[in-house]
Design a protein. Sequence first.
Length: 267
Amino acid sequence: MSVPDFLKRTSTWSLLLSGVAIILSQSPPVKNWFRGHKVTLRVSKECFMSHSLGKPMIQFTLDIENTGGRPVELTDIDCFLKKSTGDIINLPIKAYLQSTPTGQSTSATRYPITLISLRPGERWNAVVFGYEEWSEAEDETVNSITSGMVNDIQAKRAKVKSSEQVWSEEANEDHVKQAMEFFKAHFKLTQGQYVIYVAVKKDDKALAVAGYPLVIFAYHIQYLRSMVDYYRWGSGILPNYQTLPDLRLLLNRPLADAEASRGYTSR
């Protein structure tokens, strides 16, 4: 069988090789073709816990790196506390902080978690917030409590022409009592041994899991409960006003990846 004339021409092979070179230049490095999807997940060594009328909220810094060979899209960041008794407190990551330059300074804006896209070698890190949302009925009650207390305090402050930086007026006793009772009914965190699990996911598949043992002591519970003592002045109720700082907890003993993955999937 004779070889076609066009295959004998040097120009044909030069054109073919040029086309292959262009295709390869627009593709990931060959070494990445076989690395698949791989994500590395790191959590800061400390986290901060508070609550919203009894429902726990957690905050920490999260670092996600695409260490695989293909682009990856993350659609969800899961988080929960699992007690040694098997009890679970869900704290799915709902939002993150992003710094934005504003003139001579930088302000942090809170954004909802939507979609995180990372090419090979890219990383994403931010301060993130985890909490479980209220049910529709609970949310209606929470809005009623908070709006009532805010209206009380603002009305009293307006009468005395109080400075915007001073929060010295108290909400009406009936609204304070309602907030206290709601807190008592919804604060479920108890002392004991926990593991906090964090997982980055694409749809329903966890691509990376991190786990950190955590002990909640009696004084931690007492501290979180003491936050309600300041409700009457609007602490934790009024926007951007909180008297007590969030509870600081250490996460400095990470589980091995395999152990973290087993613990996460066995929830």
